[in-house]
Ligand binder design. Structure first.
Ligand code: ADP
Length: 454
């Protein structure tokens, strides 16, 4: 069976609740009407018997009843008994077939002969040891008519009421859920048509649905952006790989046709070698970037002595100490992943040489400032024009593509930025064309909260 929609369920619940409330109200009305009728009957009984009492006397040993005395009035039968409880006057209703003790001034309900009677006895004293009993009897009003008419009304009104409640609550639920329908249909069409540029576009409001729609729109926007950047990335990556492949292919074809001397062949092989190196570098950087982005490669932070790390990096990489100058002062310890931090510094140093003067230098310094650890890699190279400084962090961006022969892929600084972020830090760049560039890694100083910018 198809599950009921939330709208239907709300309508059913509200209808049942309304029906229950209406039934309770009816029951309450019935019981109130019974109480009111019983109260009215008791008042009637009391007034009639008391009025008859005032009309009763004995004269010369005989009963003397006034003109206002009535044995049967307003449903009340009045009986007069002697002190010995012998009936002197009045007629006992046939259905009141029991012996009932006399109790002065107390109205009570007595079951007799299948019916129920209200009974009130009043003692009329005559002298100190003589007197009469007046007994009032009144059948308890059953109010059958009222009950029947209330039930009749209920039979008509209750179903009508419930139908109205069902329609009304379904209508309200439908109206309230209409924004949800638009959200669902927009999400479905985005899913079916794979059109991430679509938005739900509910008018802004403070209710939950408007907020949900706004959140979905933000989500779609982010999805669209990340989808676009993935597409761009794939396009850029294949383009970057296609270039060296075409060069290699062209070189092979040329060699087949024209290379005759061993010298020509050596040159062609050297070119193929360079392009293969370039492809291999590109592939390894792509892999590294994807691992960092997808979180497959995470930073394993540990206390790292920065001076020690920089010294061993220079040794391992065999940098010329006359061209790579370490400006190290006191020992500084940072929470870092030694392998990732080394890769970051290596990328920056190699860029410093690559985009430097032929005999240019690169300086590395470490210092603490404003609650941050600053690791700066500075060169006196070609510099970067200010309008390009923001973009150098983008994947595949090269400020000067003419220098692509330097072996650049345009991925180095993206990786640098990602590593900085994995350490809870960020990168800044200061550069002046033809003077040099300074790339600075900002790390939170030990025991200070992390921050994220570039
Ligand atoms: P690439 O592999 O091309 O070096 P990067 O992401 O490392 O890629 O750098 C992006 C671009 O930023 C480079 O192509 C270059 O134009 C510029 N750049 C990077 N470092 C420097 C530097 N130290 N001096 C001048 N320009 C630089």
């Amino acid at each position: 069976m198809k599950p009921l929609s939330v709208k239907f369920r709300i309508a059913i619940w509200l209808t049942l609740l309304t029906g229950l409330l209406a039934a309770l109200l009816l029951a309450f009305l019935l019981s109130i009407s019974k109480v009111v009728a019983a109260q009215a009957a008791m008042t009637q009984l009391s007034q009639t018997v008391r009025s008859n009492l005032s009309q009763t006397a004995m004269a010369n040993g005989r009963l003397a009843l006034g003109d206002g005395f009535s044995f049967y009035q307003n449903g009340v039968s009045t009986l007069i008994y002697s002190q010995d409880k012998a009936l002197l006057a009045g007629q006992i209703p046939v259905s009141f077939s029991i012996e009932e003790d006399f109790q002065n001034g107390i109205t009570r309900v007595v079951s007799a002969g299948g019916g129920q009677y209200l009974v009130l006895d009043l003692w009329l004293a005559m002298g100190w040891d003589n007197g009469l009993w007046l007994r009032g009897l009144m059948e308890v009003p059953e109010n059958r008519q009222l009950t029947a008419s209330l039930l009749r009304v209920a039979l008509i009104v209750l179903p009508a009421f419930m139908a109205l409640a069902a329609l009304g609550s379904y209508w309200i639920a439908r109206r309230a859920f209409r924004p949800l329908d638009s959200i669902m249909s927009a999400a479905a069409s985005i899913n079916e048509a794979q059109d991430l540029s679509r938005r739900i576009g509910l008018p802004p409001g403070r209710d939950e649905f408007s907020q949900l729609a706004a959140t979905f729109d933000q989500l779609f926007q982010r999805l669209e952006k990340s989808f676009e950047s993935e597409q761009q990335f794939a396009a850029d990556a294949s383009h970057e790989l296609r270039t060296p492949v075409s060069i290699i292919k062209g070189a092979c074809e040329y060699a087949e046709k024209y290379d005759e001397t061993p010298e020509d062949r050596r040159e062609t092989i050297a070119m193929i070698h360079r392009q293969a190196d370039r492809m291999s570098q590109l592939i390894s950087q792509l892999l590294s970037m994807t691992r960092l982005e997808q979180g497959t490669e995470t930073a394993q932070l540990e206390p790292v002595n920065l001076n020690g790390l920089l010294r061993s990096l220079c040794e391992e990489q065999g940098y010329d100490p006359d061209r790579l100058i370490l400006e190290l002062q006191e020992d500084v310890t940072a929470a870092a992943d030694p392998a990732l931090l080394s890769r970051l510094v290596q990328n920056l140093v190699e860029n410093g040489f690559k985009y430097g003067k032929p005999d240019g230098c690169v300086w590395i310094s470490v210092r603490q400032s404003g609650g941050e650890l600053l690791l700066e890699v500075r060169d006196n190279g070609i510099g970067i024009p200010s309008e390009q400084q923001e973009r150098v962090w983008q994947r595949f961006y090269r400020a000067d593509p003419a220098r692509s022969d330097e072996g650049g892929t345009g991925l180095g600084l993206s990786i640098v930025r990602q590593i900085a972020q994995l350490h809870g830090g960020y990168m800044t760049l200061e550069s002046v064309p033809r003077v040099g560039s300074a790339f600075t890694l900002h790390l939170p100083a030990p025991d200070s909260p992390s921050q994220a910018k570039t």
